[in-house]
Design a protein around this ligand. Sequence first.
Ligand code: MLT
Length: 407
Amino acid sequence: MAQINENFIKIPATYLFSEIAKRVSQHKEQHPEASIIRMGIGDVSLPLPDASVDALIKAAEEQRSESTFRGYGPEQGYSFLREAIVENDFTSKGIHVEIDEVFVSDGAKSDTGNIGDIFDFNNRVAITDPSYPVYVDTNAMAGRAGEPTKTGEWTNLIYLACNEANGFVPELPIEVVDLVYLCYPNNPTGTTLTKEQLTVWVDYARENQVIILFDAAYEAFITEDNVPHSIYEIEGAREVAIEFRSFSKTAGFTGTRCGYTVVPKELMGYSENGDPVSINKLWNRRQCTKFNGTSYVVQRAAEATYSQEGKKQVKALIDFYTENARIIREGLIKAGYTIYGGVNAPYVWAKAPKGMTSWGYFDYLLNEKNIVTTPGAGFGASGEGYVRFSAFGSRENTIEAMKRLEI
Ligand code: MLT
């Protein structure tokens, strides 16, 4: 008799965004005439940059001929892409990252979910609340989160509340912690940490042998100067942090799939008897065993985002969504909402009108306005009473949605 991993029974039956998709398709079935505006999941609406499409086609053509055909690639990614990443995302910005510290993957979702493989079951994990549900769900699947409580929290996770009272800046945990997930610019609140605020976390991690799992999937949307794009801008971070990056939101790769993870060679975990062990080596071992590399054509498409043309096209995408975020922010303020985020991030975090729950307000917006959002409670208890608006839609839909919300 094959026994299942019981932890899968403990987690909510559906993943947050699958639940939303289900509710939206039910609504569509009941109201086929409804013109639905999707501002829920952060899926992009603009196509890939031309430079990436050209590179995809060229790479696909190479697959026709024996002399240029590629079979298995390096599990860590081709050096052409790893070199382009290091040069453009780090070296040119004065940040020290080496090529063998970069692991190319099929996206930050997989990497932030899979990273738990290399950490012991007994590690104490801290998670900002609200947060991207993958961090919680994957720790729950591994049994590291303990048991779910009636309110949906997990007994062994340490929740770092991010709310209006603390300006969405998580406080250092009082409990002993081994791993901390930080996502900045933040999904879902769209808020950020300044260099000084992130330094507090890096110093804390260095003093307490904590590893920070830093999700920087939205760094391209930063507009303000004092907001770090990479945790490695902070002194000492190479000793304590893994950073996750994505081409999804930056260059429209949500369907094409490419991301990467940086694991500095200074970063150590500890064996049972306290010996330091290279996390870079463990992650490399994990990837070589469980992953056969991102496809060659996709890596060429990602590489093309760093060409001169590619950079211009990527900038145009980011500018477009940033302008959407501005329209949403201004539209919501005009409609009387209290809002956060949207300045350095493609998400705007809006307080539901008085007394309404996140899901209640989500349903109201869907049923009455045909607007899909993401209920804040889906990201954690501290998200209750909020909904998240995504700026990744078309301009027309973004403007129309704000019109529908006008008082
Ligand atoms: C989100 O909407 O939070 C993201 O698009 C989900 C993801 O990147 O997987």
